[in-house]
Design a protein around this ligand. Structure first.
Ligand code: CAA
Ligand code: NAD
Length: 297
C-alpha cells in the first residue's frame, strides 16, 4: 500500500509543515483550510521555509544551486490548496491538523468517513486526544492511526505513529513508511495520553509555569537553567510560546477532564489568564516573551 496522494486538513503551525514535508517527500498534497486567507498564509510560510532550507543546503555544499532550485520547484508544484472538503475524496491518506478540540476533530472525521474512498487512511496529528475515539467517529476504525509530528515540522526529526487495538497492520505499516518518506524517524506507541513525547514533555512545561507563577525564578533564569544545565535547545517557557499557549491549555484541559486525579496534568492559572488575554505565544506576537515574526523580539 503506497501513499501517493495526501490530504492535510488545517494549514496552521503544524499543518503547513506537514504539507511541506509530504511534498518534499514526493507526494501530491492537497492542503485544506476553512478560509482562503488562512490557506494563503500557510502556503506563503511553506514558500519561505522551502527556500530557506534550499539555501542552507547550498551554503553547506550539500546541493548545487540547480539541485536546490529544482527541489523548491518540485516541492511547490506538488502542493494544491483548497477550501473545498470534497477535493480530498480520492486521497490515499488524510492527516488532520486542526485545532486541539475533540468535538471539531470527531465531526470532521465523521464527514470525511462518508466522503472519502473506502481505501483512504485517516490520521490525526492530535497532541493529546485518544486516537480510538476519532477512529470510531470516522466509521473506519481499522484504517485509522495517529501521526504525531513535532514543531517545527520541517526541522524536528521524529514522528510518533500511534495504533489503536483496531488499526490494521498494513495500515500501520503504510503510515509509518509515509513518515519515513517525509524524512522522519518513526517510533511506535499505543493509544495512551500524550503518547511518548507529550506524556513526558507537557508535565515538564507545566512545572516551569508553576515555578514562574510561584515566583521561584524569573522566566529568563528558568529558561537559561534548562538550556545550560540540561542542554535543552530552548527553555520550557520559550518552548511553550513556540507550541502556543492555547494549544498547551487545550491539551491540559482535556487531560484534566479525563484524569482529574493525575497531578502531572495540573492546569496552571497563569496559562488560563494569558490565553484569556490573547497572549498565545509566538503565533500572536506575545506570550512569556514578545515575538517579532518567528524570532524573539
Ligand atoms: N523551516 C525552515 N527553516 C527554519 C524553520 C522552518 N520551519 N524554523 C527555523 N528555521 C531556520 C531558522 O531560520 C534558522 O536559520 P538561520 O540560522 O539562517 O537564522 C535555523 O533554522 C535555526 O533556527 P533558530 O535560529 O530559531 O535556532 P535553533 O538553532 O534554536 O533551532 C529549533 C531551532 C530546531 C526549533 C531548536 O530550537 C529546537 O529543537 N527547539 C526545541 C523544539 C521542540 O522541542 N519541539 C517540540 C515541541 S512539542 C511538540 O511539537 C508536540 C506537541 O504536540 C505540542
Ligand atoms: P493552529 O491553530 O496553528 O492551526 C490550526 C489550523 O486549522 C488553523 O489554520 C485553522 O484555520 C484550521 N482549521 C480549523 N478547523 C478546520 C477545519 N474544520 N477544516 C480545515 N481547517 C481547519 O494549530 P496547530 O498548532 O497547527 O495545531 C494543530 C494540531 O496539531 C492540534 O491538534 C495540535 O494539538 C497538534 N500539534 C500541535 C503542536 C504545536 O507545537 N503547536 C505540535 C504537535 C501537534
Amino acid at each position: 500500500m503506497k501513499i501517493q496522494k495526501v490530504g492535510v486538513v488545517g494549514c496552521g503551525l503544524m499543518g503547513h509543515g506537514i504539507v511541506q514535508i509530504a511534498a518534499q517527500g514526493g507526494c501530491q498534497v492537497i492542503a485544506l483550510e476553512t478560509e482562503q486567507s488562512f490557506l494563503d498564509k500557510g502556503l506563503s510560510r511553506i514558500d519561505g521555509s522551502v527556500k530557506k532550507l534550499a539555501s542552507k543546503l547550498v551554503e553547506k555544499g550539500k546541493q548545487s544551486e540547480e539541485q536546490a532550485a529544482a527541489m523548491v520547484e518540485t516541492t511547490l508544484a506538488n502542493i494544491t490548496g483548497t477550501t473545498n472538503r470534497a477535493d480530498l475524496a480520492d486521497c490515499d491518506l488524510i492527516v488532520e491538523a486542526i485545532v486541539e478540540n475533540l468535538e471539531a476533530k470527531t465531526s470532521l472525521f465523521a464527514e470525511l468517513g462518508k466522503l472519502c474512498k473506502p481505501e483512504t487512511i485517516f490520521a490525526s496529528n492530535t497532541s493529546s486526544f485518544p486516537i480510538g475515539e476519532m477512529a470510531e467517529a470516522s466509521g473506519r476504525p481499522s484504517r485509522f492511526v495517529g501521526l504525531h509530528f513535532f514543531n517545527p515540522v520541517q526541522l524536528m526529526r521524529l514522528v510518533e505513529v500511534v495504533r489503536t487495538e483496531n488499526t490494521d497492520e498494513e495500515v500501520f505499516n503504510a503510515a509509518r513508511d509515509f513518515g519515513t518518506a517525509c524524512g522522519k524517524t518513526a517510533v511506535s506507541c499505543k493509544d495512551t495520553p500524550g503518547f511518548v513525547v507529550n506524556r513526558l514533555l507537557v508535565p515538564f512545561m507545566v512545572q516551569s509555569l508553576l515555578m514562574l507563577e510561584r515566583g521561584d525564578a524569573s522566566r529568563e533564569d528558568i529558561d537559561a537553567a534548562m538550556q545550560l544545565g540540561c542542554g535543552h535547545p530552548m527553555g520550557p517557557l520559550t518552548l511553550t510560546d513556540y507550541v502556543g499557549l492555547d494549544t498547551t491549555l487545550y491539551i491540559l484541559q482535556g487531560w484534566k477532564e479525563r484524569y482529574p486525579d493525575e497531578a502531572a496534568f495540573e492546569v496552571p492559572k497563569i496559562l488560563e489568564t494569558m490565553v484569556a488575554e490573547g497572549k498565545l505565544g509566538r503565533k500572536s506576537g506575545e506570550g512569556f516573551y514578545k515575538w517579532d515574526g518567528d524570532k524573539k523580539a
